[in-house]
Design a protein around this ligand. Structure first.
Ligand code: C2E
Ligand code: CA
Ligand code: CA
Ligand code: CA
Length: 281
């Protein structure tokens, strides 16, 4: 049922970033960070492979810790999820991302804005209304917001998320299935939830050029998404080979360090101007 399981033991887990330190933070400290304005959203472009056009950005939260420097989500999302702080955290990230989307839109830049949503956010039915109101307040049309979802293994009741996601889709919000192929995202979900975007996990994209099995996973995911009428994003595009491979495989969009690292909003316009000049053919 899970693609990762179907494909056997080698299915890799989450990609890890080289880290100098790995601290853990308490739920109270994370809560304080939200209150104190220590969080910041970075944005990473999603680009159309055929044209090089920038079609959207993904929001990735960071914590500017006063003592520890920049702290990445892998060091605090899990605690936020386990403690319930994730509700406030997602609220903050979403609110800020929508405000940014509005600012760019007023500057004539209309991009789809993707926000990562935790399965824990999909436990209460009021989440649909929350997202709808936030988008309305920011004057962002639903179709411009994309919610990226990764399945959690620890889902107590899969019916609530299913109902919430279906309601969101009916309201025309975009839904993206993240980390596809890792075993965190299942084929079952593809049948049950009306996703409109599938993101092939970066572990496959990295290896596609040299590893036949990864290549097969990309091809199968692409075909599946095509059949189901979804757009396919390859994430973790780190070099020219990855880009060329995804393009040839028929994927729609690409995201990764080859295009741009996640960056603060202030840097985005400068990047965009420069990108238009050096789009890979
Ligand atoms: P994700 O949603 O799969 O996001 C992609 C991750 O890959 C990001 O790590 C991004 O910086 C990194 N990345 C982008 N391009 C490349 C590349 O070319 N090569 C490699 N090796 N990595 C690349 P980041 O920002 O550390 O985020 C890690 C995870 O934390 C995210 O994985 C997402 O699951 C979670 N996350 C981030 N922001 C939020 C948030 O606001 N809310 C929630 N619930 N989760 C978040
Ligand atoms: Ca994501
Ligand atoms: Ca991902
Ligand atoms: Ca590679």
């Amino acid at each position: 049922e899970r693609l990762g399981d179907l494909l056997g033991h080698w299915a890799p887990g989450r990609d890890t970033r080289p880290e100098t330190s790995r601290r853990s933070y308490s739920a109270n400290r994370i809560m304080a960070a939200i209150r104190n304005g220590e969080l910041v959203n970075h944005y990473q472009p999603k680009v159309e492979l055929a044209t090089g056009n920038v079609i959207g950005v993904e929001t990735l939260v960071r914590w500017r810790h006063p003592q520890d420097g920049m702290v990445y989500p892998d060091q605090f999302i899990a605690v936020a999820e386990a403690s319930g702080v994730i509700e406030r955290l997602t609220g903050w990230v979403l609110n800020e991302a929508l405000a940014q989307s509005r600012r760019w839109s007023l500057a004539g830049i209309d991009l789809r804005m993707a926000v990562n949503v935790s399965m824990n956010n999909l436990a209460s039915i009021s989440f649909t209304d929350f997202v709808t109101e936030e988008a309305q307040c920011a004057c962002v049309p639903p179709a411009r917001l994309v919610l990226e979802v990764t399945e959690s293994r620890l889902m107590r009741d899969p019916r609530a998320p299913l109902e919430i996601l279906t309601r969101l889709r009916l309201k025309r919000f975009g839904l993206s299935i993240d980390d596809f192929g890792t075993g965190h995202s299942s084929l079952r979900q593809l049948c049950d939830i009306p996703f409109d975007e599938l993101k092939i996990d970066k572990s496959f994209v990295h290896r596609a050029w040299e590893d036949e099995t990864s290549r097969a996973v990309v091809a199968v995911s692409q075909g599946l998404a095509r059949q189901l009428g979804m757009k396919v994003v390859g994430e973790g595009v780190e070099d020219r080979e990855d880009w060329d491979f995804l393009r040839c495989a028929g994927c729609d969009h690409a995201q990764g360090y080859f295009i741009a690292r996640p960056m603060p909003a202030e840097e985005f316009l400068a990047w965009l101007g420069e990108w238009r000049v050096r789009v890979p053919a």
